[in-house]
Design a protein around this ligand. Sequence first.
Ligand code: F6R
Length: 597
Amino acid sequence: MEYRGYDSAGVAVLDGGGALTVERKAGRLANLEAALDTAGRSSFAGTAGMGHTRWATHGAPIDRNSHPHRDGSERVAVVHNGIIENFAALRAELEAAGVELTSDTDTETAAHLVARAYAEGDTKGDLPASVRAVCRRLEGAFTLVVTHADEPDLVVAARRSSPLVVGVGDGETFVASDVAAFIEHTRDAIELGQDQLVVISRDGCEVTDFFGEPAQGKPFTVDWDLSAAEKGGHEYFMLKEIEEQPDALANTLRGHFESGRIVLDEQRMSDQDLRDVDKVFVVACGSAYHSGLVAKYAIEHWCRLPVEVELASEFRYRDPVLDRDTLVVAVSQSGETADTLEAVRHAREQKARVLAVCNTNGAQIPRESDAVLYTHAGPEIGVASTKAFLAQIAANYLVGLALAQARGTKYPDEVAREFAELEAMPAAVHKVLSTVDQVRELGRRMSDAKAVLFLGRHVGFPVALEGALKLKELAYMHAEGFAAGELKHGPIALIEEGLPVVVVMPSPKGRAVLHAKLVSNISEIQARGARTIVIAEEGDETVRPFADELVEVPAVPTLLQPLVSTVPLQVLAAEIARSRGYDVDKPRNLAKSVTVE
Ligand code: F6R
């Protein structure tokens, strides 16, 4: 689970004889491992236990804020993901009752509350009932896992708006945020629903709601194996995931064009609802947002519908105009990004329809949506999005084609032709991967740059934004993406001798006018001393004289160009980061799933 947070880690083990042993360490997992070695691993033997990797929300990433947290008597251990929003009030209540809190976290309040519920009142001596009672008092999003030293055969876990899956093994049961944690042991899993709690004992597991009423989790079988979640000989997951992009695209497209029609994975809205759509919003964060910016060009062109692309974190705070004929496309690799989830909820409250594009089966965002299209990129472990991003672009295009088909703005044979062009993309991306060595060598030479600018136009503009984001997050380098036409309106003042500027060129044939304008833009920046790194279509001779470095990508239809031109930018960012000695899979301050707002 390290990819979900890696600023500290901890474990708690129940030895069956009434002892609860805990070790916690700030920093990477290696620090915890060293601490376990020092303490003696045999002291961590037991039949039930828990581990946690943290991404700090409340309290700095130091030992005492690391999970698991305990109550004052050190009988209860709790790990927690999410944010307990009413923790200040709970903390004040505990302090007024004389409880001494030893961390700065919201989580610790849950440990004390469970201990108190277990010690007295209706829930006395009943751990599941104690946890339920506490969950009913908590506000916000949380996944909790709780043990009590007096109940060595029980692990209790609960969730609200934060993921929790149960792994059902042979004589062993697991709970985790993601199946990757237990795929090595079992592929049989149960996904817990909203406000559900699972009690794990020697006999298996039992699901209830927060009031103790029996409830049903959703059983499923994980359809990928351990090798998909391992590095397979690569130094970093991200490098493996970049190479997996042709497969990610092919798998995302597979099965979505049946009997001459585009089909979604789940549709809980009628075809008429799709026909009635008169406005589209794409809401997402980070790279997923950039995939939405790409989609805007295609959906407007194919469907003649206005498309607005919004950062999910802004969307619901500005009173967007939504009604039942608005389609909100929520794009999220994890399906659990808090900002996107809240945007979905806001849209549905306003009666808009929501279509989720998601890479994680059964995650919260698809569960709460009216229709779903899954990207089948497979598990993405590297924190920076690569294969999921390309798969999102492809899936967003399928959404555009489904809308065009429903609204009749494209004839069936045109839809079929567009789909066939998409189907040719895995091979095109495969070809781009042959430029990896050239780009890596370029990256090594750029590793001491102070800043890098990225320019593009039309669909190349979101690619420029994505290239800059990759470089910022992986290499901690100042990077900005601009629409090349905006250059003269300010950013050109940034150009100075030797500044690397990456330019994403449109096709000289497909977009001749834009191409000519971008060539002018490049010559303007070159004249001012910039070092130009140009991503251009094979055989684009016009741009060659203006390129200090030229990376060629295959010629593909204009709207599909982001699928090929993004790849060298991913490799560039990864290589610059590696040359600077950074961990490409785990950039500082980041986590893969941002489950807090
Ligand atoms: C960047 C990156 C992030 C995510 C963003 C949304 O490389 O990975 O910007 O794209 O946090 O995450 P999801 O798609 O899970 O909603």
